[in-house]
Design a protein around this ligand. Structure first.
Ligand SMILES: [Zn+2]
Length: 113
């Protein structure tokens, strides 16, 4: 159950990071398309730090997305391993709640009533 909430949080982080990237690119398009018609004068004095901070922010958000995706992938793998057990006879993965191995018909435990 805790793993489920963990995965939801990681998915939310990925979603928020993607939304932030989209909004930053929108702000960038306002500067490049709209502000010049309101008299913005281009100068490397403001453009260089602006580009630097914009690119650093985009890089960090991209790294956040990659880190979150890898965490999501790793948590998915843990869930899959967690829901299976190994048959003591044939050593194949079988669902945790099954009583009989579907591969070799070994009775793992008697059905509980
Ligand atoms: Zn088996």
């Amino acid at each position: 159950m805790r793993l489920k909430y963990y995965k939801i949080n990681v998915a939310l982080i990925i979603g928020f990071a993607i939304i932030i990237i989209f909004l930053l690119l929108k702000i960038d398009s306002i500067i490049h398309n709209n502000l010049y018609s309101y008299g913005l004068q281009f100068s490397y004095e403001w453009a260089n730090p602006y580009w630097l901070y914009l690119r650093l922010t985009l890089c960090l958000l991209f790294l956040l997305c990659i880190t979150s995706c890898s965490l999501f992938y790793l948590s998915s793998r843990e869930t899959k391993d967690f829901e299976y057990i190994r048959c003591p006879i044939c050593h194949k993965k079988i669902p945790k709640d099954s009583n009989i191995c579907p591969n070799c018909n070994y009775v793992i435990r008697e059905k509980q009533s």
